[in-house]
Design a protein around this ligand. Structure first.
Ligand code: NAD
Ligand code: UD2
Length: 307
């Protein structure tokens, strides 16, 4: 049994990770500013410090005495990073440095490991598909640039300060508790929420852009496994399936599964939208010996059932 801090634990992915950690018998505490997360996402009894990862003192206090930190707190929306460039940077990059820095002193036994969320957004408009971890990084957004910055500082944390880190480039994550009401949410939660109520959806551009969608319960298994076996050299792994789904196809499957007629409208393409984003999971599978195996239809059914 270990004691972990989960930053951003009240959010969509954090809350699933915490369920898994508690089921494995670990003790968990959370640092979250509740900007998009909700306490109701967590089981009763999980201690939540309301504060920002951009506040070094709050991070230091939350980190005291833990055996490791899962760092998920971020402004997760690419659109939001465009609107509020400096503000999102303070959370997404400075907040990550605050976490790595506090991990140096968190425990009298020495630096504690940090498992953190990077993103497929670091690849930007790189057209090599599927994307391996060695593909060139060319972020198109402040969000992607900051996530790449997190990876660079993770190397500093490891090499200069002895803090073991593991970074994961999440592709498009979906599942229960991803907020269907927020315009900054993922496409699956937005479409699922609207289609299930018989409302129209708007497809940005021609809908033939493709994504690699991963079910959240598949993803959190890797995060906990990475904490169990910290690796040297600040490694970074894709978390992806390698399977492409177009936005058009996604809308059709959701309509089919919810037994609704699809009312889709086409709007302008989103500025800076990535056309194709498919990851190569080979390094992930080789390192962890498991695949993201939930079929899209099953994950979508579970997401619809939660609504
Ligand atoms: P989310 O918005 O549900 O969760 C983020 C959590 O961080 C929320 O609880 C929010 O309140 C909290 N938070 C935001 N700013 C904070 C701050 N300054 N201090 C403390 N807490 C703060 O989003 P999510 O989808 O669960 O994202 C979790 C992580 O995964 C993020 O780092 C995100 O960038 C990354 N990620 C997500 C996806 C995806 O498809 N959902 C893809 C790639 C990477
Ligand atoms: C996702 C993540 C982001 C980042 C990135 C990695 C979310 C919210 N964002 O960005 O954090 O890690 O992946 O590359 O999960 N779309 C529509 N209609 C809508 C909403 C979206 O057509 O109502 C389209 C959108 O234009 C895009 C696709 O759906 O082509 C996926 O959009 P998204 O916002 O879910 O995710 P993405 O890939 O921009």
């Amino acid at each position: 049994m270990a004691r972990y801090l989960v930053t951003g634990g009240c959010g969509f992915i954090g809350s699933h990770l915490i369920e898994r950690l508690l089921a494995a018998g670990h003790e968990v505490r959370v640092l979250d500013d509740l900007s998009t997360g909700k306490r109701e996402n967590l089981p009763a009894g999980v201690p939540v410090s309301v504060g920002s990862v951009a506040d070094a003192a709050a991070v230091e206090t939350a980190m005291a005495g833990v055996d490791g930190c899962f760092h998920l707190a971020a402004v997760a929306s690419v659109d939001r990073s465009r609107e509020a460039w400096l503000e999102t940077h303070q959370t997404n990059l400075s907040g990550t440095i605050a976490v790595f820095d506090a991990a140096r002193r968190a425990n009298p036994r020495g630096p504690v490991p940090v498992v953190y969320a990077s993103s497929a957004a670091v690849y930007g408009d790189n057209p090599e598909m599927p994307l391996t971890e060695d593909a060139a990084t060319r972020p198109l957004s402040a969000y992607g640039a900051d996530k790449l910055g997190c990876e660079l500082h993770a190397r500093v944390a490891d090499g200069v300060h002895g803090v073991p880190t593991t970074g994961f480039r999440f592709f498009n994550v979906y599942g229960p508790r991803q907020d269907p009401k927020s315009p900054y949410s993922g496409v699956i939660s937005i479409f699922a929420g609207r289609i299930a109520k018989g409302e129209s959806i708007t497809i940005n551009g021609d809908g033939e852009q493709v994504r690699d969608f991963i079910f959240v319960k598949d993803l959190v298994r890797y995060l906990s496994a990475a904490m169990d076996t910290p690796r040297p050299g600040a490694p970074v792994f894709n978390i992806c399936t390698g399977r492409p789904t177009s936005v058009n196809r996604l809308a059709e499957v959701l309509a089919e599964l919810s037994g609704r007629k699809l009312d889709r409208r086409y709007g302008p393409a989103r500025a800076g939208d990535i056309r194709v984003s498919i990851g190569d999971p080979a390094r992930l599978v080789a390192a962890f010996g498991m695949t993201c195996d939930t079929p899209l239809e099953d994950g979508l059914r579970e997401t619809l059932a939660w609504l």
